[in-house]
Write a protein that binds this ligand. Structure first.
Ligand SMILES: Cc1ncc(COP(=O)(O)O)c(C=O)c1O
Length: 457
């Protein structure tokens, strides 16, 4: 008997193995042979385990060899000959499946594997809705449930008091650079900014289009290798707000002590540190973060705003850029980034399952210490940031020459340590070790750096 089938491929999860019939070329095949292949799967119960050191899924070797041998028999007619040895081998790689690299990208960056797998399971049908979250009306009960659960979990995780609104917006961190002055520079038309890197500089430049910007301090003179010392006499008591970037993604610095701003609302960009360490929300009037580092896929921007700051936007502010419009409509004024909100909600649940933000902070401190301790003891590698202000999330470092930097990045890439190239203004390397990076990933990187040092002394 002959049947029609599209090319198959194998999908592995931690506890299951699926043969998916959903791939490229359509071909005729012999149903008996297909059943034989299926029988092979049954005969070799999938002994799959997660190899934590490399985040790679393996299948038991003997089962794998049997399946590869079977597929590579060119005469069984299951797959067209031009496909045998191409697509399948790229999936099989001699027993290695679904290889995930150690991704040190600054953003978008790695996401928790558990959440990716859960999203994969729910991709086509969410719960009993019979549809993907992407296909769902944002006005439906199911989606409202997703949104409200995400808000409640974030409130819980960050201990956000009731007099703060949580908004899920679009436009990334960069749109906040304009929304903040448009909505908050509303009494005296001026604000204080501390310039600790490119993002703070961009925020200050954007704000200067709408009012007077007072640069209280900057660390530009030393390529932003520190949080600058603050002279409180330079603070403007009549500023409409005081702006800081809590973690500086490019330069690898973070505020460990907040400035004393009195009654002036403190505004914080926590795009690259949200949920990585405990923070006292009540010290802030507004906090924001793009999702693409610690929260989920790019596309959602979280804004946490104290209620008394709502409702006084400049007259010409576009409706979509008014916080109060989004607050009144519970982030449903227009179509929000629905899939991003769903995914972020799953990340919040994951953070809760890890023990919450305090547990994440402990883990992040341990991870960062592994790298910093090595950098401090190394005769070859050097961290670029002043110790007191070191970030837990982004760790920039350099080697003595450009040639060595390039060699390191190339050899690291060959060992599956990717996206380690530093920002062009700092050079060298930067390892971004957000919440989703397991400790094992940092340990493996440090082991590789030690080996590199021994070979390049
Ligand atoms: C600290 C910080 N703020 C703002 C931004 C800009 O975010 P977006 O690209 O979402 O506009 C970034 C981007 O990496 C960032 O790291």
């Amino acid at each position: 008997m002959k049947g029609l089938i599209s090319m198959g491929f194998l999908l592995y999860t931690k506890d299951s193995i699926h043969f998916c019939i959903s791939y490229i070329d359509i071909c005729l095949f012999n149903i008996d042979i297909f059943l034989q292949l299926f029988e092979l799967f049954l005969r070799y119960p999938p002994k799959i385990f997660l190899h934590f050191k490399k985040n790679i899924f393996y299948i038991d070797g003997s089962a794998c060899r049997a399946i590869i041998n079977f597929i590579n028999q060119k005469d069984h007619g299951l797959f067209p000959s031009h496909i045998i040895g191409t697509h399948f081998q790229s999936h099989f790689k001699g027993g290695l499946f679904m290889e995930r690299v150690f991704n040190f990208s600054a953003g978008p960056s790695m996401l928790p594997l558990e959440v990716l797998e859960q999203a994969q399971k729910e991709f086509v049908c969410y719960g009993s809705s019979g549809m993907s979250v992407m296909e769902m009306s944002h006005r439906s009960k199911v989606f409202e449930g997703i949104l409200e659960k995400a808000q409640a979990d974030l409130r819980d995780l960050m201990h956000i008091p009731d007099n703060y609104k949580i908004l899920f917006l679009q436009g990334g961190g960069s749109t906040q650079f304009a929304m903040i002055p448009l909505n908050l520079m509303n009494k005296n038309n001026k604000a204080d900014y501390v310039v600790t890197g490119q993002w703070a500089k961009k925020a200050a430049e954007e704000a200067a289009r709408y009012g007077k910007v007072n640069i209280v301090a900057s660390s530009a003179d030393t390529t932003f290798d520190r949080i600058p010392e603050l002279d409180e006499s330079k603070f403007d008591k009549h500023a409409d707000y005081f702006y800081i970037t809590l973690n500086n993604t490019i330069y690898g610095t973070r505020w460990t002590k907040l400035p004393n701003v009195g009654d002036v609302p403190l505004v914080g960009d926590m795009s690259s540190s949200i949920l990585s360490e405990e923070i006292d929300i009540t010290k802030f009037g507004l906090l924001f973060a793009g999702a693409q580092k610690n929260l989920g896929p790019a596309g959602v921007t979280v804004v946490i705003i104290r209620e008394d700051l709502l409702g006084n936007a400049m007259d010409f502010t576009p409706t979509m850029l008014k916080y109060d419009i989004h607050a009144k409509n519970n982030s449903l004024y227009n179509t929000p980034p629905t899939y991003g909100i769903y995914f972020m909600g799953r990340v919040f649940e994951w953070v809760k399952a890890q023990g919450g933000v305090a547990a994440m902070q402990k883990r992040n401190e341990e991870k960062a210490a592994l790298l910093y301790d090595f950098l401090d003891s190394s005769a070859l590698f050097r961290g670029t940031v002043q110790k007191k202000d070191r970030s837990l999330m982004n760790v920039p470092f350099v080697l003595p020459t450009e040639e060595l930097n390039a060699k390191f990045i190339k050899e690291a890439g060959e060992k599956s340590f990717v996206n380690l190239k530093g920002h062009r203004t700092v050079g060298g390397m930067r390892a971004s070790i957000y919440n989703a990076m397991p400790k094992e990933g940092v340990e493996a990187l440090v082991a590789f750096m030690k080996q590199f040092e021994a070979e390049n002394k």
